[in-house]
Design a protein around this ligand. Structure first.
Ligand code: PLP
Length: 382
């Protein structure tokens, strides 16, 4: 540390210079996060001093968190459910698996070798969670539509099964598992079903309202016990803002932190109230109508992108269900590296060697797409 401090102007300049090195959002086509809504940024700034780890002090902030949880539960079809705001999808998924474990313990079903059944498209956050909790993942194949196959799930169930994870939709391909079919095969077994809707939670409800043929994934499906949804992705809030929601208090109370004093329902202790306030600001400001409008634009832009790619002769690996486009590009890794040197960020697929993955979200406008497609063609031909 410096013996004496710098003037604030010098600190500001240094920070501005560092931030200027970041890739501007208009060149970011691999991220499910986006530039936060200005209303979120303003609210987060106002609440920068708050800490939801100490609710005796931050009573008003806690009240806002509870309101956000209520709004999210209502969005997911279970106003009487329970939940917490957390740092993101990873923590939400961790808390869901912990709650499933607590439930199994309480009901005398906890195996000494617990297993969780997942599809091969499950998010890698679960690898960390399983390693941390000593849970064995049982990976089952996906079907031709790259969805978790209910019959494979059923075959994989054993006396050790703690939970099954369905994904609505996968960050890799934007594919939405058929949660109701999976719930139906689990029903006789009473196995905990967790839905990871970190990516699709702020898309699917509004897309369904627009009449798009996406399946139900939320608490309206009997058997869904917990859901991850991430306001800091398509919910337009600033990082870190995730949420884990439970069908009922009982399910949430199974989570092993709940019984402490004071009761913490999250893994983090000290945690930013600014996130809760920011999410609240966006939800209240946009309302359902605002999210439906943004979702409509995202689908129009996704369509524009796929049309432009088709005109240029590119085929898709899979028809997009969400706003994620996976396009067949020979030598995808080289093309992605070349794009990177030219300022564009895309990702490649681990599953398909010759595929570039593009995420369409709020900052990926028609204008951005108009600039990107020729850049992709050039990188592909160079
Ligand atoms: N689950 C899914 C489906 C995701 O897409 C992601 C992140 O992209 C996560 C979990 C992890 O979320 P986070 O990075 O916010 O911890």
């Amino acid at each position: 540390m410096r013996p004496t401090g710098l003037p604030v102007t010098a600190v500001r300049e240094e920070i501005a210079a560092a931030l200027a090195e970041d890739v501007p959002w208009s060149r970011v086509l691999n991220s499910i996060c986006t530039e936060p809504h200005p209303v979120a940024v303003e609210a987060a700034r106002a609440a920068a001093h708050t800490n939801l780890g100490d609710v005796r002090i931050f009573r008003g902030t806690k009240r806002v968190e509870r309101k956000v949880v209520s709004l999210l539960l209502e969005l997911l079809g279970r106003p009487q459910g329970a939940g917490s705001l957390v740092s993101g999808g990873t923590e939400a998924n961790l808390l869901a698996v912990l709650a499933a474990r607590g439930d199994a313990l309480r009901t005398g079903r906890l195996s000494d070798r617990p297993e969780v059944v997942v599809g091969s498209t499950v998010h890698f956050s679960f690898d960390k969670i399983f390693a941390a909790l000593g849970v064995t993942p049982v990976r089952v194949p996906v079907d031709d539509g790259l969805r978790l196959a209910p019959e494979s799930v059923e075959k994989a169930l054993t006396e050790h099964t703690l939970a099954v994870v369905a994904t609505a939709g996968s960050s890799e391909l934007g594919v939405v598992d058929r949660v109701d079919d999976i719930a139906a095969v689990l029903e006789p077994h009473g196995v905990w079903l967790h839905v990871d809707a970190a990516t699709g939670g702020f898309v699917i409800p509004f897309a369904r309202e627009l009449g798009l043929p996406l399946p139900r994934f939320d608490f309206s499906v009997d058997g869904v016990r917990s859901i991850t949804i991430d306001p800091h992705k398509y919910g337009l809030a600033n990082v870190p803002a995730g949420a884990v929601l439970f069908r009922d208090q009982e399910a949430r109370q199974a989570d092993s932190f709940f019984h402490g004093t004071p009761a913490h329902t999250t893994f983090l202790g000290t945690r930013p109230g600014s996130a809760a306030v920011a999410v609240y600001a966006v939800l209240e400001h946009l309302g359902r109508e605002g999210f439906v409008a943004i979702t409509r634009t995202n689908y129009e832009n996704t369509r524009h992108l796929t049309d432009r790619l088709a005109e240029a002769g590119y085929g898709l690996i899979i028809r997009p269900e969400l706003n994620i486009v996976v396009v067949r590009v020979p030598n995808a890794v080289e093309v992605s590296d070349l794009l990177d040197t030219r300022g564009w960020i895309v990702s490649t697929s681990k599953r398909f060697e010759d595929a570039v993955r593009i995420v369409v979200t709020r900052h990926v406008t028609r204008d951005v797409i108009e600039e990107f497609v020729p850049a992709l063609i050039r990188a592909d031909h160079d």
